[in-house]
Design a protein around this ligand. Structure first.
Ligand code: DGL
Length: 358
């Protein structure tokens, strides 16, 4: 009997020791972060060290991007994949579907803790929002770019990449949706925009605000988005090989119906009207939009202003016109949500719900 008690006690001690050691190993294990490279200025090269415009984007490969920041090894076990090598003004729906499927495949692996996507800054906000709606994991996905090419004095790419990898490996970034990290700041994909053509502080969520900072080798969060994203959305691109054609018609003083009519004639299934002010419809454009609606094209009233709510039944009788309003999404992001909405429904009631949900 005594021997049995000793044996049991010993087994318990051994199990406790093993559990503690496993816990210590997990805590000590660096996160496994995969870098998916797509091109852009972060991979750009210029003729001289002072060339910060007029350089060539999308030249440096992912292995060299990683080699340029040996400090990455201190914060994560990093591997790299060159998914594309393009300037981001050339990003397409097909690129987005390829990228989203690769992200979801990788995040389904238990040994992948987070993903960083290096990307040109011109369309970072669009790719990030698209992924925010279709990534099916709570694991961190961080999109990063640079405003100066890798060859420039004080290039911002290396520190942005380091901060992005650090954030992607941070437990605090789990469940926050797709993030955009540049200039030591963490922004939500839904709310961030490029606000300056050339400066390194260009990415801002001007009114809705950033989520946090990367300071002192740590990602610090102070807010979270109230809108649904990633695992909480109804969108699934796993079986999609194309997205519905949705275009944007920009409005300005003296505008006519030409652009709207041309986009509809070219086969647009949805049209974002980038209106002036609170999404106002000029008299010369309204009939063309109504005619498009009658043909079954979904019309979304957005605004070129960039901040604020486009109010339903404000500058136009949306109930009567059977239009949708973009809420606070800018035209380029409203286009993304409408494309995904059209993979699910043509009901304007359902689509309006989506614009108030995501
Ligand atoms: N051609 C632009 C792009 O790839 C360069 C801008 C940048 O990446 O910062 O988005």
């Amino acid at each position: 009997m005594f021997l049995k008690i000793v044996r049991t006690w010993f087994a318990l001690c051994l199990m406790t020791l093993l559990a503690a050691s496993a816990q210590a190993q997990t805590a000590a294990r660096l996160p496994n972060v995969v870098i998916l490279a797509t091109g852009g200025t972060i991979a750009g090269t210029g003729a001289t060290s002072t060339t910060t415009v007029g350089y060539t984007a999308a030249k440096v490969g992912v292995d060299d991007l990683i080699k340029a920041v040996p400090e990455l090894k201190q914060v994560a076990n990093v591997t790299g994949e060159q998914v594309f090598q393009i300037a981001s003004e050339n990003m397409s729906n097909e690129h987005w579907l390829t990228l989203a499927k690769r992200v979801n495949t990788l995040l389904a692996k238990p040994d992948v803790d987070g993903i960083v996507i290096t990307h040109g800054t011109d369309t970072i906000e669009e790719t990030a929002y698209f992924l925010d709606l279709v990534v099916k994991s709570r694991k961190p996905v961080v999109v990063v770019g640079a405003m100066r090419p890798s060859t420039a004095i004080s290039a911002d790419g290396p520190i942005n990449l380091y901060n992005a990898v650090l954030t992607a490996g941070s437990p605090d970034a789990v469940g926050k949706g797709v993030l955009v990290v540049l200039n030591d700041q963490i922004n939500a994909a839904r709310d961030v925009s490029k606000t300056n053509t050339t400066t390194t502080d260009t990415f801002k969520a001007t009114e809705l605000g950033l989520l946090g900072y990367v300071v002192g080798n740590k990602a610090h969060f102070y807010r979270a988005s109230t809108r649904k994203h990633t695992v909480d959305t109804e969108f699934d691109v796993s079986n999609l090989s194309a997205l519905p054609q949705v275009d944007i018609a920009y409005t300005y003083a003296n505008v006519g119906p030409t652009a709207v009519n041309a986009l509809v004639a070219a086969g647009a299934k949805g049209l974002i009207h980038a209106g002036v002010g609170d999404g106002s419809l000029p008299n010369k454009v309204r009939p063309a939009l109504s005619a498009a609606r009658e043909k079954g094209v979904i019309i979304v009233r957005a605004s070129r202003v960039g901040q604020g709510i486009v109010a339903r039944n404000g500058e136009a009788n949306d109930d009567q016109l059977d239009f949708v309003v973009a809420d606070t999404l800018n035209p380029q992001k409203a286009r993304i949500l409408l494309m995904l909405a059209l993979t699910k429904t043509n009901s304007t009631k359902e689509i309006q719900r989506m614009f108030y949900t995501y």
